[in-house]
Design a protein around this ligand. Structure first.
Ligand code: PLP
Length: 440
């Protein structure tokens, strides 16, 4: 209550902006995830690791656009590349050389041979699934309960189902995420719990020759941070190979964050299709899907269709290339590892010192304080979080000048090349000050 009252008194301009937005935008926002009580912060500007709201409050930003800004805000190399490109055309709808340069970057980092581009994570997971369906000639797919892959119909199933609807843990019910998702689409999206290989085996046994692919985040980053148990990803790889289904790693979040070769490299597993977005664009709407040539031939042979007016927009591609060359580099990853280690170690000490019921999970540029007494393994365990405690943490940190992660307890912090050790110190000081209240 105290933290909420302080938030309200510090942010009247955001409240006023929401009032103006509400008549013309549902919920007053442009994306549902940006809406929360009492009102979302409206942004004035952002640079490097800092962001300001309309009232002029400054925050060190660990939200970073839901993890899309490992470059930080306005990375100089990204800005320069875009400015240079602006002079020579903003859209062509014709091939240009940045396309194959960026495809080359992706295919040397991931164990895949060809790529195509889009403008959002939603778009590329949709194409990846269609590609898998076209390649295998099968309609059904498997996704994880609680998994988020954007907002197209096939994946709008069991996104965040309530306990009242989710059914048997061994056979989760396929729950549409809201109205408007066709019943026939829901039927084709089979659901399993993350980390449950037996459930996957059962689904293949019950649907012989009908499952085109498994799509998942190799580390689930839409239920906090949920790490696969030993052997799980290997098991999925083996089953897919045996069953002639494709394994899709949705690396929209993990792709840039875990290191140069994303989860494929981190876990040493070859997915058949990888989807990328968020941090590969350095702050611009860049997304990609990549696969082996054998699979991508479906597109080359005009059997599976892929197109897009905004695909490979030259400004976006220039930003992407600059990001690969100046952010997602050995030096960039080394910097992030350094600030990340300091943040994680600091959190662990404060959590321990204050006997907070929670633990720190981290993976590459991401980490989170998770309010559970033991490690979560799947969505149902994630669902047991104490949201009041989490809100106290989020508002308490924001009131102390640190945006610890996006609002929502399924998210995590993101570190960028723009964060300094001084930013980490300020983050930890804020948490240290707040910790006794959280522990109570
Ligand atoms: N896949 C994953 C794993 C994501 O986290 C997200 C977005 O949060 C998406 C796909 C959808 O991406 P976008 O919001 O760009 O459509």
């Amino acid at each position: 209550e105290k933290e909420l009252a302080s938030f309200e008194s510090r942010t009247p301009a955001s409240r006023a902006a929401l009032k103006k937005a509400e008549p013309r935008l549902p919920l007053g926002v442009a994306s549902n995830f940006r809406s929360y009580e009492p009102w979302p912060l409206f942004v004035k500007d952002a640079k490097g690791s800092h962001i300001h709201d309309l009232d002029g409050n400054e925050y060190i930003d660990f939200n970073l656009c839901f993890g899309a800004l490992m470059a930080g805000h306005c990375h100089p190399a990204v800005v320069a590349a875009v400015q240079e490109r602006l002079e020579v055309g903003t859209m062509y709808g014709m091939p240009h050389t940045l396309e194959y340069e960026l495809a080359e970057e992706i295919c040397t980092r991931f164990p895949l041979e060809q790529a195509r581009f889009g403008s959002s994570g939603t778009e590329v997971t949709m194409h990846a699934i269609r590609l898998a369906r076209g390649f295998t000639g099968r309609d059904k797919i498997i996704k994880m309960e609680g998994g988020y892959h954007g907002v197209h119909d096939s994946v709008m199933v069991s996104m965040k189902p309530s306990a009242e609807h989710y059914g048997d843990p061994d056979r989760p019910t396929q729950v549409p995420a809201g109205a408007g998702v066709p019943h026939d689409t829901v039927k084709n999206t089979l659901v399993a719990q993350f980390n449950d290989l037996d459930a996957i085996k059962r689904l293949f046994a019950e649907n012989p020759g009908q499952i085109a692919c498994i799509i998942l985040e190799p580390i689930m980053m839409n239920i906090g941070i949920c790490i696969p148990v030993a052997g799980y990803l290997e098991g999925l790889r083996e089953i897919c190979t045996k069953e002639g289904a494709l394994l899709i790693f949705d690396e929209v979040k993990t792709g840039a964050k875990l290191g140069r070769g994303g989860a494929c490299e981190y876990f040493n597993i070859k997915a058949d299709i990888v989807t990328l977005a968020k941090s590969i664009g350095g702050g611009f709407p860049l997304a990609a899907f990549a696969a082996k040539k054998e699979v991508m031939n479906m597109i080359a042979q005009h059997k599976v269709f892929h197109a897009g007016t905004y695909a490979t927009n030259p400004l976006v591609m220039a930003a992407g290339l600059a990001t690969f060359h100046h952010v997602l580099t050995p030096e960039g990853y080394a910097h992030i590892a350094k600030v990340g280690e300091a943040l994680v170690e600091g959190y662990k000490q404060i959590v321990k010192k204050n006997s907070i019921e929670g633990y720190i999970e981290s993976a590459g540029a991401n980490g989170a304080l998770l309010f559970y007494n033991k490690k979560i393994r799947n969505y149902r365990e994630w669902l047991t979080v104490d949201t009041d405690l989490w809100r106290l943490y989020w508002f308490g940190m924001v009131n102390r000048g640190v945006m610890p992660q996006p609002y929502w307890w399924d998210e995590q912090w993101t570190l960028s090349v723009a964060h300094s050790l001084a930013d980490i110190d300020r983050h930890l000081s804020a948490f240290e000050e707040l910790a006794p209240a959280i522990a109570q």
